[in-house]
Write a protein that binds this ligand. Structure first.
Ligand code: AMP
Length: 183
């Protein structure tokens, strides 16, 4: 196994924050895109981020991590491995091959939908939802509703960063929500 240096949470947060690339006006004018690819491109930092996302849930008996394509998969799969949990992909409509459950949600303009395999969870499933960015919260809230409709229990939502000024936490109601970085 590779060696990782020990970091305080504060030092790690600082290093993660410094690595995120802000790309103005992407994918459209007025949006500052938070690009996590410089974190992924740093093997040590990618590993440290995974550990830090998983750590608050180490004793939460998580059985499944659910994450929304595409960046959610990149963070969610190693977090699932770190927690000894299964990984459940949440996808855009029409991508999953077997029977699915679908949940629609409202976007700034129009609606979108997410799907999960109908047999992904059982009554005892304790699920952690993982994503890179919590913005308005619409995506994470829809993922939570979807997991519950498919028979799982949401234990928490964990993200790398929360754009606090967009109020996503309120959209998640009383749901436990953890973030490493708050903007
Ligand atoms: P929302 O549903 O508004 O909370 O948006 C969350 C989803 O959109 C997440 O899956 C993010 O990956 C993506 N997202 C929203 N805002 C940004 C941003 N400023 N930079 C990068 N990704 C974003």
């Amino acid at each position: 196994m590779h060696q990782m240096r020990e970091y305080t949470r504060e030092a790690l947060v600082q290093r993660l924050s410094a690595a995120i690339r802000n790309v103005p006006d992407f994918p459209k004018p007025g949006i500052v895109f938070k690009d996590i690819t410089p974190i992924l491109a740093d093997a040590e930092l990618f590993g440290l981020m995974t550990q830090a996302l998983a750590a608050p849930y180490a004793d939460a008996a998580i059985t499944h991590v659910a994450a929304v394509e595409a960046r959610g998969f990149i963070l969610g799969a190693p977090v699932a491995q770190a927690l000894g949990a299964a990984f459940i992909p949440v996808r855009k409509p029409g991508k999953l091959p077997a029977a699915t459950v679908r949940e629609s949600y409202t976007l700034e303009y129009g609606t979108d939908a997410l799907e999960v395999h109908a047999d992904a969870f059982t009554a005892g499933s304790r699920v952690l939802v993982v994503d890179d960015v919590l913005a308005t919260g619409g995506t994470a809230a829809a993922a939570c509703r979807l997991v519950e409709r498919a028979g799982g229990t949401i234990v928490g939502v964990t993200v790398l960063m929360e754009l606090g000024f967009l109020g996503g936490r309120a959209a998640l109601g009383a749901q436990r929500t953890d973030t490493l970085l708050l903007y």
